[in-house]
Design a protein around this ligand. Sequence first.
Ligand code: HEM
Ligand SMILES: *[C@@H]1O[C@H](CO)[C@@H](O)[C@H](O)[C@H]1NC(C)=O
Length: 494
Amino acid sequence: MDAMLFDVQCIQVWGIHLVVPILLVICIQLLWHHYNLRLADPANKLPLPPGSFGLPLVGESFSFILKANFIRMKRLTLGTVYKTHLLGRPTIRVSGPDNIRKVLMNEHKLVTSHWPKAVQNLLGDGALSMMTSGTSHKNRRRLITKAFTHDALEVYTEDIIAVIREEIYKWCQDKTVKAYPSCHHLTFRLAAEILVGFRFCKEKNDELDFHFHRFVNSFFTLPINLPGFNYRKGVESRNKIHELLDSNIKDRWETDAYSVNTLQVLLDAMKDSGEELDVLGVKEAVVELMFAGYDTVGSALCSVILKLGQNPHVLEKIRDELFVHGILEPSEDVTFAMVGKLPYLNNTVKEVLRTCAPAGGGYRKVLETFELEGYQVPKDWTVIFSIRDTHEHSDTFNKDLTFEPDRWINIEDKSVAHEFIPFGSGPRTCIGRFYAQLVMKLLIIELCRSTEFTLLDKDPVIKILPVFQPKGGLPMEIKKRTVIYQNNNFNAKI
Ligand code: HEM
Ligand SMILES: *[C@@H]1O[C@H](CO)[C@@H](O)[C@H](O)[C@H]1NC(C)=O
C-alpha cells in the first residue's frame, strides 16, 4: 500500500516537471506553424498544399538530408504537391509531368532560378545558372551552346576516347578499383582536357585539380570572406583557376596553335558576339561548365557501371550491337557518327538516366503566386521540382524502376518530355546534356570491348545526396577482355 502511494506521488512530481516544457514546446511549434502559414499570399484564396513545416527554424532539413526514405515517404503520403521547410525557407516540392511542365516552362515568368549567396559570388554573374533575366539568359545560352553543337561534339570525340582508354587501362592494371571515385577522376580529366584544353600539361593539370576541388568544396558555406573560412579558400581557388585559364588563352593567342576545346570555341564565339561576351564571361562560363558537369557526370558514369554490372544480358546485347557495326574490336575506330547509329546503346543510356537520375531535382524562387492542383504556390517561396519522384511515379513507365533498355523501343521522346527529365526541361535544360550522354556512351563502348568487370557489391545501398551514388563507392574487379567473341544472334552470318 505504501509503495503504491509512493509511486503515485512520484508520478505527480515528475508530471508537473514535464508539463511546463511540453507546453512550451507545443507553443513554439504552433507559433512556428502559424508564422509560416502567414507567409502564404493573402490576396490568393486557394489553400496551401498539405505537408508540415517541421521543427522551428530548421524545418525538415535534417530529415531530408539524413533519412534515406524520407522523400519517398513524403511523396507517397502527401502526393505530387506538398509544402515543407528546407534550408531556412518555406518550400513547395512538386513532381509529376503536369506540375513539372507548369514550373519549368514558366521560367522567368512564374519562377526564376535561385542560388545561395555564396554560390552566386563564387560562380559570378557570367554563369548561366545565375542569370535571372530572361533576355540575358537566352543570349548567353545561345553563345555557350556553340560549345556543344553536333560539330563541336564530333571534334571532341577522339580526345574523349583517348582519355577514357587511358583511365580504363589504369583500372585494369589496378585490378580492383572503386567505380565512384574512379569515375569522378575520369570526369575531372575530361573536363580539364575537353573543356579547358590542358591535355599536354601535367603540371597545370595538377594545379587545376587541386584548386577545382578546393573551389567545389566551398560552395555550400556562408559567404564570409575572412582567412580560414572555406568561402575565402573558394574565392582564392576560383581566382587561381581564372589565372590558369588566362595562361591558356594567352598561349593560344601567341602560338595560334589550334586544338579544339570548349574554352577555344567560346573565345571564338566571343569575337563574333560584339559586346555581349568578354574574357571574364568566358572564364566564368568555363568554370561553371566544369562545376555543373562534375558530380553529375561522375555519378552517371558510376551508374553505368552499376547497371551493366547488375545486368550482364544488357552488356551482351551491347556487344552484339557493336559487333554488327564492326566496332567490337578495340582496334576499330569509333567516330561520333558511328555512336549516333546505335539504338540499343542509346536506350541503355536513357535507362540509366531514368533509373539512376544523378540530380534529384532543382530549385526555383517563386516570382508570382500561382496555382497547382488547386493549391497556391505563394510568391517568394522556394519550389523544388523533383526529378526522382517524377521518374519513380511515371505512368508511361508503369512506375517501374526495373532496368530494361528495351522499354524505350516504342517511346517517343516528345511524349515523355516532362516525365523523363534527368536534364530538367524548358529554358534551363542542361546545356551539357549531349556531351554527358556522349561520354556515357563512349565509356560503355570501351568497357564492353576492352574489359570484363564484376561488381564486388552487387546490390549496394544508394545515397541520393548530393547526387545518386552507391554507398561504399562501388568496388569492382576489372581486367582486360580476352575472350573470343561468340555472337549468338549473328553466328549464322559468319
Ligand atoms: C549526366 C550528367 C548531367 C546531369 C544529370 C545534369 C543535370 C542538369 C539539370 C537537371 C539541369 C537543370 C537545372 C535546373 O533547371 O535548375 C542542368 C543544368 C545545367 N547543366 Fe547539367 N547535367 C549534367 C551534365 C552537365 C555537363 C557535362 C555540363 C557542362 C559541360 C552541364 C552544365 C549545365 C549548366 C551550365 C546548366 C545550367 C543551364 C541554365 O541555367 O541555363 N551539365 N543540368
Ligand atoms: C537516341 O536518342 C535520341 C534522343 O533521346 C534520339 O533523338 C536519337 O534518334 C536516338 N538515336 C538512335 C540511334 O536511336
